[in-house]
Ligand binder design. Sequence first.
Ligand code: BGC
Length: 740
Amino acid sequence: MKYLTSFLLLLTSIFLQAQTPVYLDPTKDIETRVEDALKRMTLAEKIDVIHAQSKFSSAGVKRLGMPDFWTDDGPHGVRPDVLWDEWEQAGQTNDSCVAFPALTCLAASWNPEAARAYGHALGEEALYRGKGMILGPGVNIYRTPLGGRNFEYMGEDPYLTSRMVVPYVQGLQSCGVASCVKHYCLNNDEEYRHQVNVIISDRALHEIYLPGFEAAVKEGKAWGVMGAYNLYKDEHNCHNQYTLNKILKKDWGFDGVLVSDWGGVHDFDQAVKNGLDMEFGTWTDGLTMGATNAYDQYFLSKRYQKAIVEGRYTTKELDEKVRRVLRLFFRTTMNKQRPYGFLCSESHYEVAQKVAAEGIVLLKNDGNVLPIKPEGKKILVVGENAIKMMTVGGGSSSLKAQHEISPLQGLQMRLKGICDVEYARGYVGDVSGNYNGVTTGQDLKDDRAPEVLIAEAVEKAKTADYVIIFGGLNKSDYQDCEGHDRKTMDLPYNQDKLITALAAVNKQTVYVNISGNAVCMPWRKQVPAIVQGWFLGSEAGIGLADMLLGKTNPSGHLPFTWYENLNQVGAHSFGESAFPGIWREGKKIIDEEYKEGIYVGYRWTDKQKLKPTFAFGHGLSYTTFKVSNLKVLSPVTTDGNMTFTVDVTNTGSVEGSDVVQLYITDQKCSVDRPVKELKAFQKVNLKPGETKTITLKTDKRALSFWDEASDGWKAEPGEFIAWAGDSSDRLPCKVKFTLK
Ligand code: BGC
């Protein structure tokens, strides 16, 4: 009997195993599962999975048990749900999220582990909300301070961007949620994003604009990449032979899905052949063209199916697209090992706070005005940005945050019972507070004339011990917002006048700039303390109050050059043809030639010997640091791999973190090279008086330039210099080495 039972059990298990199709068997490798699933799919099912079926979803394969696939923005939190085919809110009550600091702030932390925590927390929120893919992070390079979406990106330097994007992608994907790194590529301004055809040297493309994407794909193993709206070599980047088929898929070996930006597909044959895998957003504005069969009208929908049936295309390209989509399914929605999701958890708020604390940049602090010593003092807070919610607006990154603590609220919370906090409006900017049907609920209306607002603030400032102005930009059109670029680099809404007037009557004036972009600061010599406060999300007020009061010690460093004005910007030094471009006849395409080439950001100001307001990599602390004793382990290298050591000492009286930065200069080369380029960095925490010796490693790529002749990286033998310090304009250490 005993033997019979065992025998029957064995038979049942063999039978069940035989019943489990290969594609559902998690013990099989993913490629085997993909091929098995592909074989089982009909033509119609294959077509269904490669295009959208609603604003943010595409179909799964019902018959085979594969769920629909849901994407969502990205990149600073999980966007609230919109209707099936409308941009209006679905009206869910369970889609409020934690708003994390904008990616410029994350980059300013110079802390890759903070990026990992950020990605992971976001992944958990996405999982809870049932999303298989987050449309982010954005790694387009900050080419001009007018760029409307710079706040969603990671600054001007390809190396810093690369180091920060990899852990973000890994953290996110460790939750079984795909990242969709965007916008690939050359989407560096917004105004004419659908019409711009970028003309650029191969060298600038590879050295400046691609490394962030390359690192995300090769090291981060990103499962998704989003094609950009603009054109390159006269083809839209959502179906571009050169950027997609050649560079992304062939050269970098990308095995994930190339998702179109929403409405970024324009050409049928190219959509089939040039590397596009999933089409989203075409012809569905949800209003005029969002007919019930809108999704059938997609390029990669019925029309493609018909063309295959009629023999105009084989299934070669289709199967390749579907393989990639299936891989995506097995990595995400069909992955039984996925962890649990969490929404609005304490740990997520902690991450938001930590990133804010590490990313806020203390730009100037004459006479140690900061940190504020509040006991028994009167503090005057001024400015619309002290009270305005910033998580709503800005375009697709707009969120419905569970809460958002404003700077004024943050200070009031932290100073309750300690000192008086007064408020004056100072200026009125944009009082509207809604995006796609999410409203802030704030009534910011104030009809008083600008002079009246300034006079009121000045009167109050005269008797205050400290004046803290929260100004800058906001998420409205033509500011830090998708769809347009800023029209000037100046501060809007009369703020220059306000700041000058306040600084004239109060010597303890602190200006906190809220933005994702540099702004002109003509008054900067009169204002003793200046802080870059970014868009900090849910915990904005806490992050800023803690920094201003010295509860946290600032350790953010600028991820971009803070120019004096547009005359210092490479992109703006060659006239219209370099920005915003010149329209071709018929006004369908605008050619924008990146004439500054590889000289973007500090590479440009270095070359032109310009002194920006604040340099790339700059950031102060409440303590002081000394970077010294840079050594190279073997001063002669043949393989290009280098190891450096450098000491960093906290020479002040409080604990703090410094960002040690290593730049490399190629002394002699057959091509023109930048004065120096960032090639390694490390953030280090030190107690007062403490010294740490840190090790920085670089590889051959750090010595190389993109050689257009051989279409590859090349390091020429010769002498190099490595510099170390804690800002691109403060590099006290130098050491020479030779590549043989
Ligand atoms: C933006 C993308 C975004 C998509 C979906 C597009 O307009 O460029 O970044 O992910 O919309 O909202």
